[in-house]
Design a protein around this ligand. Structure first.
Ligand SMILES: *Cc1c(COP(=O)(O)O)cnc(C)c1O
Length: 450
């Protein structure tokens, strides 16, 4: 009998991997903040015993309530008893309507209409199409590019990929395929003092950045539909934290040149940075907002695009060769199971016994405390924390397999990338579980990189 990991290697393709890449662990269970992993083989070639590790990644930032949560499971089961899925063309259902009510109630001001998509990348595609349709409907059909930030990440589909960082993203590999957008520098790094709550950044660099964004918008004013950015925290492009005032600059520039402002809150939404949506750090409302990842509490794939009345009504008005309809409609959009479990997740986030701000501020404190010893390591260039995000950045690229294994040996599952070993723990982690994560990160980095 070939074992699971060999069969995986023979048959499956893993993210950003060659066919046949070796995986080292399989998951046989998950509960609370823990994954139960089975390692490949022990040193005698025997299957090793399962190990229970704290998931420092929340399964790519989604499983904010941890695993096998009884209320999420029961929401899924209750909806599955009624109907698991129906098409959304010509039909509607209460989980979708209720979810739209709740999302528009908690979203930044003005976002009043919801398109339910089926993954983060798809929601970004929809946002880009909405921006194009918006400008075209207003007669500006020559506008077909966006401003994106260097260091950004917005997904892997072709449209979304074209807005990712042009150097570290996949532009080099897909140069002939991706539309060419306008790239602004990313705003300079900032940090928020955990004691005073004040944000600090280099004000000269910030002024240079703001002037450059304004210049690019002005130079390309007749070509641009929108500006797209991950507010305050650029995630998969490098875990870069920047000053919320940058969002105000983006808002002004968009107003000045008639661009839509698209915030990609797929990573930052649902409390992760310490505000429910990261846009709230600056009190700025975008015209279009993408959400995903933690929307369903990490149980299913789902995403959404929220827009203002102005955007919805302009796109819905026929004219200038545009049909007056949003031209998108995934088969599994508004999946009832996903909507029902999203509602249950929102309810848990606002549970008065354990409201999300309390969980995230406890996480923030524990991450500050637990990761700061890493500052003393030779290999470490920077340690930064914002809300439920903790990052240890090295001087050199992380030895990913070695650090992953060393962290598992210390009881935590991490998935570093490039120069960053980072964590976004489930909000349900207690202090001991966060301490396990931070000790595993510091210990693994020291063991592997010194
Ligand atoms: C993960 C992510 C996406 C892509 O979402 P998928 O569900 O993986 O398609 C887009 N934008 C940001 C900011 C993300 O973190």
């Amino acid at each position: 009998m070939p074992d699971l990991l060999s069969e995986d290697q023979r048959l499956l393709w893993h993210p950003y991997s060659p066919a046949g890449a070796e995986q080292f662990f399989s998951v046989i269970g998950a509960e609370g903040a823990h994954l139960h992993l089975v390692a490949d083989r022990d040193q005698h070639g025997r299957g090793a015993a399962p190990r229970r590790v704290v998931d420092a990644m929340s399964s790519w930032w989604a499983a904010v309530h941890g695993y096998a949560h009884p209320e999420l499971n029961s929401a899924l089961n209750r909806q599955a008893e009624k109907f698991a899925h129906v098409m959304f063309g010509g039909l509607t259902h209460s989980p979708a309507v209720e979810l739209a009510e709740q999302l528009t109630a908690v979203a930044p001001e003005g976002l009043s209409r919801v398109f339910l998509a089926d993954s983060g990348s798809v929601s970004v595609e929809v946002a880009l199409k909405i921006a194009y349709q918006y400008q075209a409907a207003a007669g500006r059909t020559q506008r077909n590019r966006v401003i994106a930030l260097r260091g950004g990440y917005h997904g892997d589909t072709i449209g979304a990929m074209a807005t990712c960082d042009p150097v570290d993203g996949m532009h080099a590999a897909f140069d002939a395929l991706v539309p060419k957008h306008v790239f602004a520098p990313r705003p300079p790094a900032a940090r928020r003092c955990p004691e005073t709550g004040e944000w600090q950044t280099d004000t000269d660099q910030f002024a240079v950045w703001a002037a450059e964004v304004r210049r690019l918008a002005s130079d390309h004013r007749d070509e641009l539909t929108a500006l797209i950015a991950e507010p305050v925290l650029q995630g998969a492009g490098g875990m870069h934290i920047y000053h919320p005032e940058a969002l105000q600059v983006m808002r002004q520039v968009c107003n000045e040149y008639g661009l839509l402002l698209i915030f990609d809150e797929i990573a930052t939404g649902f409390g992760r940075t310490g505000t429910f949506f990261a846009a709230e750090w600056a009190g700025v409302s975008p015209d279009v907002m993408c959400i995903g990842k933690a929307l369903t509490g990490g149980t299913m794939t789902a995403a959404a695009v929220l827009v203002t009345d102005d955007v919805a009504s302009t796109v819905s008005t026929p004219g200038a060769g545009m049909p007056g309809a949003l031209l998108h409609g995934p088969t599994f959009m508004a999946n009832p199971l996903a909507c029902a479990v999203s509602l249950a997740s929102l309810k848990l986030l606002h549970n008065p016994q354990h409201p999300w701000p309390q969980s995230v501020s406890t996480l923030e404190r524990s991450l500050h405390h637990g990761l700061s010893p890493a500052r003393r390591l030779h290999s470490v260039a920077d340690v930064r924390v914002l809300g439920g995000v903790g990052v240890v950045e090295l001087h050199e690229p992380v030895n990913i397999p070695a650090v992953t294994r060393a962290a598992v040996d210390r009881g935590a599952w991490v998935r570093p990338f490039r120069r960053a070993v980072y964590t976004m723990p489930p909000y349900i982690c207690d202090e001991a579980e966060v301490a396990t994560i931070t000790a595993a990160i510091c210990g693994a980095v020291e063991e592997v990189h010194g």
